[in-house]
Design a protein around this ligand. Sequence first.
Ligand code: ZN
Length: 213
Amino acid sequence: MRRYVDLGIHAFPEGADTPKRFELVASKLGFHNIGIVYHSPYWTQFSDPRLISGVEVVAEGVSELRKKIASYRHAVTILSVHGGNEKINRSACGDDRVDVLMHPESGRHSGLNQVTAKLAKKTGVAMGFNLDYFWKTKESEKARLLAFQRKNIALCKKFGVGFIITSDAYSHYDLRAPKELKALARLLFLKPNESDAALSSTPLQIVERRCQM
Ligand SMILES: [Zn+2]
């Protein structure tokens, strides 16, 4: 049986529910584990060793990003970067202290190109794709973001960059079962084995690699 993991959960005080509540609901939906990954302004340490601890670093510029990566790296298992800005995306892709660059497409452009994809392949940084655009975003905005995600996923596949799928949940109502996420991922042109990997083996490998360090 596959061990599914969602590494994009924003719990209280950033989101509406406690890590425990998310864990209960996620486990009923079929997840093996979840990553509680607060955006850095909300970061707080929680005391449940069964859950994966993380931060999603938000920075205005590259020097702030580097400083924040240095200060959080040893405090968490998963260090993600809040993407969207081209300079931030590029810096994150070139930094092997980073585990995941989340939503690189959330700015005005798709956010990735051949240069950043090659950098990410070299450093082992994975890309993170939120599937909540399908249910949270207005139609016009959704079409644009999904087109960017399709382009970025094609780049990841071409250059062998790892990628994960998350629900980007702020409340337990935002969580989606692996089966549902995989059905949505078909609209990003992911085959069932590719979305399975993005929800299980790839996030698990990221966690295991950090736990061994
Ligand atoms: Zn984010």
